[in-house]
Design a protein around this ligand. Structure first.
Ligand SMILES: [Zn+2]
Length: 266
């Protein structure tokens, strides 16, 4: 991963394929866009996501490009009984609405917290039912998305039509399958890395210096066994205050990326 040669070779392949894809028409979905098979570049998430965003415009979303000073806070892996309610308390106190990518099995475990997220005006996206690392198209993806949709529907909640792949793992075949199932794929442009149990200061540092108009920030509102998100929760209030002072407004993902049907009337 740290060797330069495969990295450069991978980048060259990506550039060439991107150019070829665009020559055949920028809006057309390429048939076989990326040979993401093996090689070190496969693990380079930065290259992969930027390229996929270009290859699937409007379908793979990482950030809205300025000039409006808007930013989206997103929280993955909830709900839970510990951290999600703390995040909700801060958002309520600040009058900020965010987007929560919920895991369906956890919705079944903590339905009251899931309901609270919806009742307090936040947007809820689909983060699969059991958080598998799928990467490629699979019959399992359809099941995972549907089971979560059903878990939410039992609470009277509709998901927002955005799917965030667990671990951000997404190759073209998975993106196309998600699209066929009616979902747009929501990535992020700023990773707080909060799941590493970082302190409040570290989480703020991972976010603050990187924000630009249209940024999508990734944090977590629940973790695996033993994962400590207390620093991340504490950072939420500071992030909101710092960005508000810089003139940013907080929006949900459906607000940042209106669905194409809603745009087409203009
Ligand atoms: Zn996750």
């Amino acid at each position: 991963m740290r060797k330069a040669a495969p990295y450069i070779a991978g980048l060259a392949v990506v550039v060439v394929l991107t150019v070829l894809a665009y020559q055949s028409g920028p809006r057309r979905r390429p048939i076989d866009p990326l040979p993401l098979k093996g090689g070190d570049e496969r693990d380079n998430r930065a290259i992969g996501e930027i390229d996929l965003e270009k290859l699937y415009p409007g379908l793979v979303l990482r950030s809205s490009k300025g000039p409006e000073k808007i930013v989206a806070l997103t929280f993955d892996d909830g709900p839970d009984k510990v951290y999600t309610p703390q995040v909700l308390d801060i958002l309520r106190e600040k009058g900020v609405r965010a987007t929560f990518f919920l895991i369906g099995s956890r919705v079944d475990e903590d339905p009251d917290v899931a309901k609270r997220i919806a009742e307090e005006g936040h947007s809820i996206g689909n983060h699969s039912y059991s958080h598998p690392k799928l990467t490629k198209a699979s019959p399992l993806l359809a099941q995972e998305l549907e089971r979560t949709k059903e878990a939410l529907a039992r609470l009277g909640i509709s998901d927002n039509g955005f799917f965030r792949p667990p671990y951000g793992a997404a190759e073209p075949s998975l993106i196309e399958q998600a699209a066929d199932l009616g979902y747009r794929v929501a990535m992020w442009s700023i990773d707080s890395l909060d799941w590493r149990g970082l302190s409040r200061t570290e989480v703020i540092r991972n976010i603050q210096g990187y924000v630009e108009p249209g940024s999508v920030i990734l944090q977590h509102s629940a973790g695996g066994p033993g994962e400590d998100l207390s620093g991340s929760v504490l950072a939420v209030r500071d992030i909101i205050d710092l960005l508000t002072a810089q003139g940013y407004r907080f929006v949900t993902l459906p607000e940042m990326f209106p669905s194409p049907e809603k745009c087409s009337g203009s």
